[in-house]
Design a protein around this ligand. Structure first.
Ligand code: NDP
Length: 330
């Protein structure tokens, strides 16, 4: 019995491998599952482009790591990021989008159809490609930070804040993300140190006020992180350098990086134009890249706005651009 079962499994494995190594042809391939990707999918599906969408490493994108989203029109009471992304996914599926789990690992965009490799094995040949791969959180780049990643160092307070209930933590960064992370953590932790390298915060006025008015947030202006220290149990402290050049040690158990994001454009760089940070450059006012049939939308091409609503809007544009491009091909 055991032998038959293992032979069966072998056959299953073989057919899975065959399927995986087969080339699949699609009219419209969407990579990425944030507001841009799902909105592109809704529009592409309704335009009969039979879109296939690969979700990537972080299904739902950055918003799944956010708590309340209060600035997306249509939700008078606000909505949580994960709920909003699940709703967008269902809406895309309702019109026939084929949503799949998988990561685009390589591309060959030298000619149409464009070839995109999924999970290093399956190849998709796409008549049009919509890139909605978003951006990923940046870290400071300290050796000690890498050492304690997952053991006290994180870039997502809503994912990991729970582990530091009642403890002292630090957040680094002075933008809206840092302000949001710090206020979220303040509701869980005993004390939150907000480490800001300048003598002011870049975050929006309303967020700065929220930070200042939260009693257990201590703002450390003109401080930089020199080292994160820890032991077998994980992070135990951080050594910061203050404005006078003195080193000061803070006892903390969690260290949250909130210093911005890097666009996920590496696998397209050989074929598309990007700026110095890596944002894909599109034709002003459209989603068109320098390659006919390849479109980019959302945070991977937007260094300025980076909002869920602007990402959704650009996803809509990408699907319309793809539809018009296919129409123009006769
Ligand atoms: P930002 O680029 O706005 O801010 C990054 C922050 O990190 C800055 O204060 C920057 O300092 C600091 N920083 C960068 N590198 C380092 C470093 N090596 N060491 C120390 N500090 C560093 O990124 P955000 O992620 O905060 O925001 C991105 C965009 O998303 C913004 O447009 C923001 O408004 C938006 N956003 C909106 C939200 C909302 O509306 N609810 C929530 C979150 C983000 P410095 O100022 O010195 O350059």
């Amino acid at each position: 019995m055991a032998l038959f079962k293992s032979l069966d499994n072998l056959e299953d494995d073989k057919s899975q491998k065959k399927m995986d190594s087969e080339v699949e042809k699609v009219k419209c391939l969407i990579i990425g599952s944030g507001p841009a990707g799902y909105t592109a999918a809704i529009y592409a599906a309704r335009a009969n482009l039979s879109p296939v969408l690969y979700e990537g490493l972080e299904p739902g994108g950055q918003l799944t790591t956010t708590t309340e989203v209060d600035n997306y029109p249509g939700y008078p009471e606000g909505v949580t990021g994960p709920v909003m992304m699940e709703d967008l996914k269902k809406q895309a599926q309702r019109f026939g989008t084929d949503v799949r789990f998988g990561l685009a690992t390589a591309t060959d965009l030298s000619e149409r159809p464009f070839k995109v490799t999924i999970d290093d094995k399956k190849i998709i040949e796409a008549e049009t490609l919509i890139i909605a791969t978003g951006a990923t959180a940046k870290y400071l780049g300290l050796e000690s930070e890498t050492k304690y990643k997952g053991q006290g160092v994180s870039a997502c307070a809503t994912c990991d804040g729970f582990f530091y209930k009642g403890k002292d933590v630090a957040v680094v960064g002075g933008g809206d993300t840092a302000a949001e992370e710090a206020t979220y953590l303040a509701g869980i932790c005993n004390k939150v140190y907000l480490i800001i390298r300048k003598d002011y915060m870049r975050a929006s006025k309303v967020m700065v006020e929220k930070v200042i008015n939260t009693k257990n947030i201590g703002v450390l202006f003109e401080h930089t992180t020199k080292e994160i220290v820890g032991d077998m149990s994980g992070v135990t402290g951080a050594i910061l350098t203050n404005g006078k050049g003195e080193d000061v040690k803070f006892d903390i158990h969690g260290f949250f990086a909130a210093i911005g994001h890097k666009p996920n454009s590496d696998i397209f760089k050989d074929y598309l134009e990007t700026d110095e940070v890596g944002y894909i450059i599109t034709e002003p006012g459209s989603s068109k890249t320098k390659l006919d049939g390849v479109f980019a939308c959302g945070d991977v091409m937007d260094p300025h706005y980076r909002q869920a609503i602007t990402a959704a809007g650009s996803g809509c544009k990408a699907a319309i651009d793809a539809e018009r491009f296919l129409g123009s091909q006769g």
